[in-house]
Ligand binder design. Structure first.
Ligand code: SF4
Length: 107
C-alpha cells in the first residue's frame, strides 16, 4: 500500500501525501497515544497489551501516515498505525508465548 492508496477514516476521499505530511508536521506530540502512554505497550509480549496499543492507535491523528511508513519500512515488529507488524507484514494478532507449533508431532 502506498500513501496515495489510503482512504480517510470516513471513507470519503483519498488522502494525499501532501495532506498526510502537513498533518504530521502540525501534530503536537502530546496528541500521539504512543507518546503519552507507556511506549513499551507498542512492543509488548502480552497479546492483551498489544491489542490495547492497537486500540489506542485508533484515535491517533497521524495513524494513516504511521501505517504507511511502517509498511514501506517493513517494520520487523511492533504496533504501527493500529496494526501489529511481524517481519515486515501485518498480522492479525499476537500469539501467546509457549504455544506449540501446529505441525509439532504429538508426544
Ligand atoms: S498510529 Fe503510530 S504514531 Fe499514532 S499512536 Fe499508533 S504508533 Fe504512535
Amino acid at each position: 500500500m502506498t500513501i496515495s492508496e489510503l482512504v480517510r477514516a470516513d471513507g470519503a476521499a483519498e488522502v494525499s501525501l501532501g495532506h498526510l505530511h502537513d498533518q504530521a508536521v502540525q501534530t503536537d506530540d502530546e496528541t500521539l497515544p504512543c507518546r503519552v502512554n507507556n511506549p513499551e505497550l507498542w512492543f509488548a509480549e502480552s497479546p492483551s497489551d498489544v491489542e490495547f496499543a492497537k486500540a489506542l492507535c485508533q484515535d491517533c491523528p497521524v495513524r494513516a501516515l504511521c501505517l504507511d511508513g511502517a509498511l514501506e519500512r517493513r517494520e520487523p515488529w511492533g504496533v504501527w498505525g493500529g496494526q501489529l507488524f511481524l517481519q515486515g507484514v501485518v498480522i492479525p494478532r499476537k500469539r501467546p508465548r509457549g504455544r506449540p507449533r501446529k505441525n509439532e508431532a504429538a508426544a
